[in-house]
Design a protein around this ligand. Sequence first.
Ligand code: ATP
Ligand code: MG
Length: 298
Amino acid sequence: MQTQRLRIAIQKKGRLAKECQELLKRCGVKINYTGERLVVHAENMPIDLLLVRDDDIPGLIMDGVVDLGVIGENELEEVRLERIKLGEPSQYQLLRRLDFGGCRLSIALDKDQNYNGPQDLAEQRIATTYPNILKAYMDKQGVNFSTCMLNGSVEVAPRAGLADAICDLVSTGATLEANGLKEAEVIFRSKAVLIQREGSFSEEKTALIERLLTRMQGVIQAKESKYIMLHAPSEALEKIVELLPGAEDPTILPLAHEKSRVAVHLVSTENLFWETMEKLKQLGASSILVLPIEKMME
Ligand code: ATP
Ligand code: MG
C-alpha cells in the first residue's frame, strides 16, 4: 500500500531514539512527539514517522512496508542473516552511515580465564542476542560452539551458570567490567545507518529523499566542522594555514590599522585542539576564535 507521504521508521524509545529525533529536527522536519502514537505526522513536510521497537525496523524495510528507516547495523545484519535463513526478503539499500549509535559486538568471558584466540571457544556455550552474526563469525573461524539465546541480561549468563561466554554489544566496557568479564574478540563494529526499501518510488518521494539526504549531509558535516578566525602576521601565513586541518581555501582579509598582519577566516573539517592553538600562537597568531557551525550546504 503506497501512500503519498514518505514513511520513515525510527526507534520509539532507546539508545537511538533521541539522536534520530534530533537529526530530523535539524533537517527541518517539524514533529510533535507527545502522546503514545505509533504514527506521527510531520507538520511541514509530507513525512510520516513510525515509532517502533528497533527489532522491527529492518523487517519493515525488507518487506517494503516503510520507505526509510534508521537502525543500528548490528540489528540490521542480524535480521538480514535470519531472513536469508528463512528464505524471506532481505534486501535494502544503504543510504548513509550516521554519526551516532556507535558500538561493537564482542565476545567476552570471565576475566580470569585464559584466552589466546577463537579456538579457545571451541565447544563452549555462548549467550547472545545475536546468534546469526555470532554463527557467521565462528563459522569463518572454523570453531564449533553452541548458543544460549537471551534477549536481555546477557552479561549475567556466565555467573548464572547459563553459558561459558557471552557475545554482546559493548560501548565503554563498563558493563562487562561490572560483571567480572573481559572483552576477548570484537566480531562486528556498528553505527546507526539510514536505509531505504527496494523498489520504485514516485517522483515526489525521490525528490524528498534527495532533499533529506542533502540536509543530513549538511547537518553531520556541520557538527564535525568549525569556523576559525584569527589574526596572523603576513609573513607567517603559509606556516599558519599549514597547521589548520582542512584549510584548503582560507579567506584572507586586511586589518584596518595594521599593515603587517591579516585576518584569516576558514572552515576547518575538525576541531582545533589546544596544542594546535598554542603552536599558532607561537607563530604569531592572535585573537584566535573557534566557532561551532549550525548548518552548511556546498
Ligand atoms: P527496543 O526497545 O527498541 O528493542 P533495544 O533494547 O533493543 O530497544 P537499545 O538498547 O535502545 O535497544 O539499543 C539500540 C541500538 O543502539 C543497538 O542495537 C545498537 O546499535 C546501539 N547501541 C549503541 N551503544 C550501545 C550500547 N552500549 N549497548 C547497546 N546498544 C548500543
Ligand atoms: Mg530491540
